[in-house]
Design a protein around this ligand. Structure first.
Ligand code: CMX
Ligand code: CO
Length: 146
């Protein structure tokens, strides 16, 4: 059902400064940058390593666009740090339905637009042991649907 760790989302105040930390300390480069108005973020994806299903495990840096966005709220409560974990799946709607049947609240009844044409949905952290969890179907993941 889950095929990889797609990314770890990290909340930060300053996207450029945080990306520079990852470049200076680990030598990681920004592979992709995007503004996602619906999620209220500016984001940068840093590729860490290839995954067995042909994708990349990434660090996703998140800077809030507005003061009332989920990431802004998280920063106000916790400061900078790990915000969510995202798993890859070949079929986000089917996986969300399955985990929903297993008692986990699915926050997005219909998958939303994610990074680089992906389809995403979030699972409630209170039903996932305190971990805000994202499911990601990459634009070319559906080719793996059976
Ligand atoms: N990880 C773990 N727990 C979290 C959390 C997080 N990221 N965000 C909130 N919580 C916890 C809070 O600590 C709080 O717990 P307590 O009641 O024990 O204090 C509880 O959840 C409610 O917190 P809140 O601040 O009142 O937050 P909301 O209920 O308003 O919203 C959530 C929480 C998860 C429903 C909301 O953040 C959400 O819908 N997130 C999904 C969308 C998102 O995060 N988008 C940005 C990323 C985009 C991307 O990755 O592309
Ligand atoms: Co994410």
């Amino acid at each position: 059902m889950l095929t990889r760790i797609d990314h770890v989302g990290i909340a930060c105040h300053d996207l450029e400064a945080t990306a520079e930390f990852y470049r200076r300390v680990y030598g990681l480069e920004v592979a992709h940058e995007e503004v996602n108005e619906e999620q209220g973020v500016r984001e940068a994806m840093l590729r860490v390593g290839g995954t067995a299903d042909g994708h990349w495990a990434c660090v996703q840096l998140l800077q809030p666009l507005t003061d009332d966005s989920p990431v802004a709220k998280f920063l106000q409560r916790n400061g900078e740090g790990v915000h969510h974990v995202a798993f890859g799946t070949a079929d986000v709607a089917a996986t969300a339905e399955t985990v929903g049947q297993r008692g986990v609240r699915v926050l997005d009844p219909e998958p939303r637009h994610g990074t680089a044409g992906s389809r995403i949905t979030f699972l409630h952290p209170k039903d996932c042991g305190g971990v805000l969890t994202e499911l990601v179907e990459a634009a070319d993941d559906s080719a793996a649907k059976s």
